[in-house]
Design a protein around this ligand. Structure first.
Ligand code: IPT
Length: 489
């Protein structure tokens, strides 16, 4: 606190006690960290947010039956990939810069991609590798070799198993969970699809969650419907990868439980939601979840993937992008090329923050370690904050010279809760006349990351105005960029 601020404080009609507080501890106050507000993420969620994009692999009997929702009667003899190679899957992910992958071990048709001891409806009764194969093993081994985190989808819904919905099914599923979580190394996430799973009550999930927590304490839970109490992350309310604007990390858990009535809440979160359960936005790079040859011409374009990235990762969510392996057991080249291009677009664009090195002025700096320069320093641990009683701020970046940009990026300090509830960005070249960026005006949420793209603008000054918040401002990063594709490695 400088002298001028001190005088302003003292002039206010505060009580003597407040005045004494102002006079005595400012030096201490300036150095302490802001306190968290509202629900905050657990360690699993913090790590989850940092993955940004997770790959999904839908592969199984449906691939061979050429359907998306098998009825559970397809003959295991159909399952016969000719060239399955999970190292090829992980090399696609390497090219795409994706560090985590979820494999569908069992979809709702009930066919198991590993030789489980608990049903005959699995790869062990298929011609593939004479029934000696194990796709989960090949997947987890390939992930390990490529330093990719391996995760599992084990469909709660099962159209094959006659025990479905009964207490015996609870045993069956728990036994399968144990196999998968005990025998294949670290499993980073478990995906509890709500599709068709209404008969799976919370009694089932209490038991299954217990199994997950005992066997893999750090495993992230994608929870839906009756697994809502265990959810580390939630469904986004559509299968198009589109997170709402705003998209709060907080939500009331019943909105997850009773999803049909709360699709909007899933999509946007709830600003005063009582739990921190951010959204994982699932979408396929093709129209369907499983591979169909006729969709080869409909793989999402790079432009569509770029939009998707802004609407998911750029809306405070994690993007869960599905790459369906084909009947050979390989990711088709076209999908791989698109993913690689998306990666180059992300890398090319975000490698050069045009606001780095700017001279920054703000209205309410907290001082101490919470320097404005922290917003552009690429450090994980530093951030800018305002004084405790300043819930708004105007932060002006003087770029030193005119620069052209068409993308902006904001990050809050998620460990401190989602604080900002209103913000706008505008630009100027004389520091007097400010032009708003319409796409970045009267926005609400920031959270882990908020991205906006717009027609290129040229300016020497950019201003971030935090117009409302639940507590003092804590911004981890601010960046402006010019969209561009990095050249192939
Ligand atoms: C939908 C489920 O109802 C939801 O809980 C979640 O699992 C989601 O799938 C995943 O995409 S059902 C789908 C047909 C919209």
């Amino acid at each position: 606190m400088d002298f001028k601020q001190l005088v302003t404080q003292i002039r206010r009609p505060f009580s003597l006690i407040a005045m004494a507080f102002v006079l005595i501890p400012p030096a201490v106050n300036a150095q302490t960290a802001p306190l968290p507000i509202g629900p905050v993420p657990n360690a699993r969620q913090i790590e989850w947010y940092h993955r940004e994009i997770i790959a999904f692999f839908h592969f199984g009997m449906n691939t061979f039956a050429n359907v998306n929702e098998g009825d559970g009667t397809a003959n295991p003899q159909l399952f016969n990939p000719t060239a399955l190679n999970c190292n090829q899957w992980t090399s696609v992910l390497k090219g795409a810069g994706i560090t985590t992958a979820i494999f569908v071990a069992k979809h709702a048709d009930g066919f198991c991609n590993w030789p489980t001891a608990h049903t005959n409806y699995s790869v062990k009764n298929s011609p593939w590798k004479d029934g000696k194969g194990d796709v989960v093993r090949e997947f987890t081994d390939a992930c390990k070799a490529a330093e990719i985190k391996a995760a599992i989808y084990l469909g709660p819904h099962d159209r094959h198993d006659s025990r479905y919905g009964t207490p015996d099914y609870s045993d069956y599923y728990a036994n399968q969970l144990s196999e998968l979580l005990r025998n294949y190394g670290p499993i980073w996430e478990i995906w509890w699809d709500g599709a068709g799973a209404d008969q799976i009550t919370s009694v089932f999930y209490d038991r299954w969650a217990d199994t997950v927590r005992k066997l893999q304490p750090n495993c992230v839970v994608f929870g839906t419907k009756n697994s809502y109490r265990y959810a580390d992350c939630r469904w986004i309310g559509n299968e198009s990868g589109l997170s709402g604007d705003p998209c709060w990390s907080t939500i009331n858990p019943v909105s997850i439980r009773d999803e049909a009535a709360y699709i909007t809440q899933l999509n946007h979160g709830e600003v005063d939601g009582t739990a921190y359960i951010p959204a994982e936005a699932d979408v396929s790079i093709r129209p369907s979840w499983f591979y169909h040859k006729e969709e080869d011409a409909h793989v999402k374009s790079v432009a569509a993937l770029w939009d998707l990235y802004f609407n998911s990762v750029g809306h405070n969510s994690v993007l869960l992008l599905n790459f369906p392996p084909d009947k050979r057991g390989l990711i088709p080249a076209i999908d791989s090329v698109r993913a690689d291009s998306l990666h180059r677009l992300i890398n090319g664009t975000f490698k050069n923050n045009l606001a780095a090195g700017a001279t920054i002025k703000s209205l309410h700096p907290r001082g101490g370690n919470y320097k404005a320069a922290s917003m552009g320093d690429n450090s994980e641990s530093t951030y800018y904050a305002t004084t405790d009683n300043a819930f708004t701020d105007t932060i002006t970046f003087n770029l030193g010279k005119k620069k052209t940009f068409d993308v902006l990026m904001l990050q809050e300090v998620i460990e401190l809760g989602q604080r900002t509830t209103g913000w706008s960005v505008d630009y100027s070249s004389d520091g007097k006349n400010w032009t708003p960026i319409p796409e970045a005006t009267e926005k609400q949420a920031i959270g882990y990351k908020w991205l906006v793209k717009f027609k290129p603008v040229t300016a020497s000054k950019v201003r971030l105005r935090i117009t409302s918040g639940k507590a003092c401002v804590a911004i981890h990063a601010f960046g402006i960029y010019k969209e561009q594709m990095a050249t192939p490695d």
